[in-house]
Design a protein around this ligand. Sequence first.
Ligand SMILES: Cc1cc2nc3c(=O)[nH]c(=O)nc-3n(C[C@H](O)[C@H](O)[C@H](O)COP(=O)(O)O)c2cc1C
Length: 376
Amino acid sequence: MAVRPVKLFEPVSFRSVTARNRIVVAPMCQYSATDGLGDDWHVQHLGARAMGGAGIVFTEATHVSAIGRITPYCLGLWNAQHAALLTRLAAIIARGGAVPGIQIAHAGRKASTTRTWEGSKPIAPADGGWVPVAPSPIPFHPGAVDPRGLTTGEIAEIAAQFAASARLAREAGMKVVEIHAAHGYLLHQFLSPLTNKRTDAYGGSLENRMRYPLELFAAMRDAWPAKKPMGIRISAVDWVEGGWTIQDSIAFTRELQKLGCDYVDASSGGNDPNQKIKIGPSYQVPFAARVKAETSLPVAAVGLITDVEQAEKILANGDADAVLLGRPYVYGLALGGEQGVREVIRNFVADFDLTLALSGCRSVSELGFQCLQLAP
Ligand SMILES: Cc1cc2nc3c(=O)[nH]c(=O)nc-3n(C[C@H](O)[C@H](O)[C@H](O)COP(=O)(O)O)c2cc1C
């Protein structure tokens, strides 16, 4: 390894919370819950990620209501049973030495679909799905279940649901809360001119399109302890002509900062099937770097960051304050089948590099020796 990981393994603090290093496990849907309620699968998944050495481990997108779920198998947080499972998740992550974080979400028009490995196909209400809601009644793609446009009363209700989920997360012992405003889900739909065609105070100008996500952020910030950090995941660009831009993201971040936002996690895309993404290693890092350069808010970079040296460079260059890893941890398991097995093998290698770097060992045999010494 040419570059020694120094920055990567520096602790990082947000408000009263300190993570042991700057590696964050990205939120990743497991599509394994029933009626919003997770089980041992989620406990082992997140516990294993924490034991793998990351600084912060996020739950998957955890939805504020049944109709806010992407699929009927997504995690939810709207009742006491959900909160009890969240308590287990926070505890197992903390036991693994990581900071427990939760991503709170509403899928908007992208709700009521099958799981990714079933093709993310629309599920009609007659087949056990439901009518999704959105800022404007425009389906995600032809053939998707037509969403219903939200009234202003319903908009306020959903903001209250986010605040209620944050209160349950607080009681469950979560230490970081993040709003999911990326990937074409409800809040991204409000932000982007491609999906928000409203003619009231929540549509039209950039200021109007940002209004609801900012109101919702403020409501959640009030429900979340002042000493604990709260951040947001955005799609920095739509990758579509006439869509949400990096300049919009910078303007949005400046407003969020005034409301007590602690970090922005800069992802991209997901709001329009016509997007043209220029994909490659670190392809979203320039968005994090721009937001960081033009605001004073800490940022996290994500997307095809697959080895320690690459991650170290991102942090050492000052492009981001933390890096999120998703697929390098578990994509193979989510994919399944032959492709999944290949991913698992590839990721085992990536994970092993990470394990070595985290342990401070120079070789596999040194790591093995250290493990033996640790054994009771
Ligand atoms: C199986 C899977 C599930 C995901 N679920 C979520 C999610 O719940 N919320 C979210 O914001 N992003 C989700 N993502 C996106 C990841 O958080 C991450 O941004 C993306 O995978 C890019 O990072 P990577 O290249 O390290 O995987 C998911 C990705 C995968 C592979």
